[in-house]
Design a protein around this ligand. Structure first.
Ligand SMILES: NC(=O)c1ccc[n+]([C@@H]2O[C@H](COP(=O)([O-])OP(=O)(O)OC[C@H]3O[C@@H](n4cnc5c(N)ncnc54)[C@H](O)[C@@H]3O)[C@@H](O)[C@H]2O)c1
Length: 254
């Protein structure tokens, strides 16, 4: 699958890794629709790239169904769906004041990162099923975003790791399931990426975090991520796999 002319839906496309994907694929000639929160910069980004914006909260199935249909309709179908919407709220199981990890916070993280991803991809797959198959019978590609916290979650990351572990674990069964319609499914486990998600940490902590990367010892960029999405599009033998994008990092407990 070539980037030029591809019809791509990117959740979380207003910021960070999603935004980097939007920019790279648009530069390569793709047509892109952004699904993101109403409060996000999605409308402005869509204007900049001459693309489509559909506001939706991935926790809300009605909004997701409407947004995927809107983007699929505007682009005349879908070839790629990149699920980069996500949250990283953390809490200790029992914090220093003795407060328990709030169950509603745990549920929030799982709803956005895991169930939201699944909801978007099932709607996107339905649109892809209507595509004319290519020479190999291919009709589309879904790229989900896990994290190295799926395997080495740190203190406070129980909910985040549970959600990302779910995203990683469903990659193979999704690929097996959607093979019947010629849709491939891949996941990316990023290391520490320089996006607004980690902006709150400040430059010193960011520089410290970059050292988790073995080599090169720099933070990942949205374009590092986007380049891998592009490779997945172009290399059709990739399917059912989770790829780490982390410069050899293995996170410790904190
Ligand atoms: N930045 C990192 O170091 C890093 C590392 C590993 C994994 N990730 C994952 O990459 C993905 C993208 O993260 P990022 O760093 O680009 O973060 P980001 O905060 O820059 O972007 C996240 C986007 O998701 C959108 N979003 C959040 N909740 C949503 C909801 N309920 N419905 C719709 N959209 C919603 C936000 O509006 C935002 O545009 C996330 O899944 C994150 O967990 C990030």
């Amino acid at each position: 699958m070539q980037v030029a002319g591809a019809r791509v839906l990117v959740t979380g496309g207003a910021s960070g890794l999603g935004r980097g994907t939007v920019d790279r694929l648009v530069a390569g000639g793709a047509r892109v629709g952004i699904l993101d929160l109403e409060s996000s910069a999605g409308a402005d980004v869509a204007k900049e790239i001459d693309g489509v914006f559909a506001a939706a909260d991935v926790r809300k199935p009605d909004e997701v169904a409407a947004a995927v249909a809107q983007i699929g309709g505007a682009l005349g179908g879908l070839d790629v769906c990149v699920n980069a919407a996500g949250v990283a709220d953390a809490h200790r199981v029992i914090n220093r004041s003795g407060e328990l990890f709030p169950l509603d916070l745990f549920e929030f993280v799982v709803r956005v990162n895991l169930i939201g991803t699944f909801d978007v991809l099932r709607n996107a797959a339905k649109v892809m099923a209507d595509n004319e198959p290519d020479g190999e019978g291919g009709r589309g590609l879904i790229v989900n975003v896990a994290s190295i916290a799926a395997t080495e979650g740190q203190i406070g990351q129980a909910a985040y790791s549970a959600s990302k572990g779910g995203v990683a674990a469903m990659t193979l069964p999704l690929a097996r399931d959607l093979a019947s319609i010629g849709v491939r499914v891949m996941a990316i486990s990023p290391g520490i990426m320089d996006t607004p998600m980690i902006d709150g940490m400040g430059p010193e902590l960011k520089a410290e975090l970059a050292k988790i990367h073995v080599f090169p010892q720099r933070l990942g960029t949205p374009d590092d991520f986007a380049a891998l999405v592009q490779h997945f599009m172009e290399n059709t033998l990739l399917n059912g796999e989770v790829v780490r994008l982390d410069a050899g990092a293995r996170m410790g407990p904190r």
